[in-house]
Design a protein around this ligand. Structure first.
Ligand code: CS2
Length: 474
């Protein structure tokens, strides 16, 4: 007998939030938090999700009236919860006007974003909008946008024309000072269209910074099938994640209009940066290092990498190098934080693919590893494990693994990086050429990294990633 399809239990809450970039992460993290905040503090904060590209999530969720299962995977078993705070899902390329209308609706007070690092269309070195980005060029020329900044600006213009207040824009992506960045790209684009609109957004808009944290691997068909067998109910779009969750939000909203986040366990503060810095450098930095070096070592998931004693010792060395460059948030012990990360990464219930985390490295490396590396070098502190991670990324983006098989490198700069690496024959020369990619490395840092990253590249190419790590930790 085929399992029955998941059904909604209660009517969807009235919407107050539009979310751009509805992937598994926000459905596993933001939507449940918002649902908890509504339960605890009331208010109409249903979420309209927007997929900026594919209709897949909308198609799967439509038959379930936007309800889905959130599955918490602990080391010894799992728990399920049905999430009902999603009100609707729109697919931007099918109907951009419907997205602008939802954003411009007077009921929409907050717009949250998880559009990944590259979705901000910014120049990482300056933080400004990249006016030559094809999506931005398109959005300046057409009324129907394709980019996240394009949707924000078109909708803000409509609100202003209608005499409404702007919505609060809340980035939930792993980027340093994500609030400042989002304000900057929104105002940069608005200025190109209408300088008065830009001034209005500058004065009236709010762009709170956030730190978001919950490990959420992409859902696979096998996950869907297993859940259906175990529960007897077919959910075509469940999300799977670890038990841990942490949300730190800058308490700055237009008209102070927001769900009662604090009642749901969100940390509301005026200074998110120490939390964000700690998480980006210690969690995401270590994640990226393990992703490249682990993938090259032949491991498919992070928990498999962590089960290898050589890698587990490496990660301790890496955190010892990172911690002196991190200012701990008030009341947080960074050694204890590292120990908790080790447990989270080792959770065997979580099948988090090294390949998934390795994606978009050119957009991630600067804030995850290079900022730390630059500060450590300036202060004359150890950097061997950090340099090995950078060399691991270089070996990975060169495009073939240690058996010679092609790697499916998923990165906006993939082609260019592969070409740069292939233009040289020795590992040291490959490393030197890749250090010349200015989108990733500043001139100043590249000069300093040339020697040590060149050494690390030689070892990785000669002895393999695991061999290089063994040498470092023994
Ligand atoms: C990961 C993050 O895919 C990645 O790059 O490092 O998605 C990570 O799992 C989350 O930031 C955890 O909160």
């Amino acid at each position: 007998m085929s399992p029955e399809v998941l059904k909604r239990c209660a009517p969807a809450p009235r919407p107050g939030i539009v979310h751009l970039g509805l992937g598994a992460f926000f459905r596993a993290f933001g939507v449940p938090f918002i649902e908890d905040a509504m339960r605890a503090g009331g208010g109409d904060w249903g979420v309209i999700g927007v997929s900026l590209r594919s209709p897949a999530t909308r198609d799967a969720l439509a038959a379930q009236n936007w309800a889905y299962t959130s599955v918490t995977l602990g080391p010894d078993g799992f728990e399920t919860r049905q999430i009902e705070a999603l009100h609707d899902v729109l697919v931007a390329p099918e109907d951009p006007e419907a997205v602008i209308a939802a954003l411009a609706d007077p009921a929409t007070c907050i717009v949250t974003l998880t559009v990944t690092e590259k979705g901000y269309c910014h120049i990482p070195a300056s933080g400004g909008l990249n006016m030559a980005h094809p999506d931005i060029v398109h959005d300046l020329a057409h009324a129907d946008p394709v980019s996240a900044p394009g949707f924000l600006v078109r909708a803000l213009a409509r609100r202003r024309a209608a005499g409404l207040a702007p919505f609060t824009v809340m980035s939930c992506d792993n980027l340093p000072e994500n609030g400042v960045l989002t304000r900057r790209i929104t105002c940069d684009l608005a200025r190109q269209m209408d300088p008065e609109l830009a001034s209005w957004i500058e004065a009236e808009g709010r762009f709170p910074a956030t730190m978001v944290d919950r490990i959420t691997p992409a859902t696979t068909q096998a996950d869907i099938d297993t859940l259906a067998t175990q529960s007897g109910i077919l959910d075509r779009a469940p999300v799977f994640h670890e038990p841990f969750r942490q949300w730190v939000v800058e308490d700055s909203f237009v008209g102070q209009n927001r769900p009662d986040f604090a009642a749901a366990g969100v940390t509301m503060t005026h200074d998110v940066q120490p939390f964000e810095d700690m998480k980006l450098r210690m969690l995401n930095g270590a994640h990226s290092a393990l992703a490249y070096l682990g993938y090259l070592g032949g491991y498919e998931t992070i928990s498999q990498v962590m089960a290898d004693d050589v890698y587990s010792r490496y990660i301790n060395v890496l955190w010892c190098e990172i911690i002196p460059n991190v200012a701990a948030p008030h009341g947080v012990n960074l050694d204890a934080y590292a120990a908790s990360l080790k447990d989270r990464f080792s959770n065997p219930g979580i099948q988090h693919r090294t390949w998934q985390i390795a994606m978009d490295g050119s957009q991630k490396l600067p804030q995850r590893l290079l900022q730390t590396l630059s500060e450590a070098m300036k202060a004359g502190r150890p950097t061997e494990a950090l340099c090995l991670a950078v060399a691991g990324w270089m070996r990975y983006v060169s495009g073939s693994d240690e058996t010679g098989a092609a790697i499916d490198v998923c990165d906006p700069l993939a082609e260019r990086l592969a070409k740069v690496a292939a233009s040289q024959t020795t590992p040291r020369a490959k490393a030197e050429s890749l250090l010349g990619v200015r989108d990733v490395f500043s001139n100043e840092l590249a000069k300093k990294l040339n020697g040590p990253v060149g050494d690390a590249a030689e070892t990785i190419w000669a002895e393999g990633a695991r061999g290089a790590i063994r040498r470092l930790v023994s």
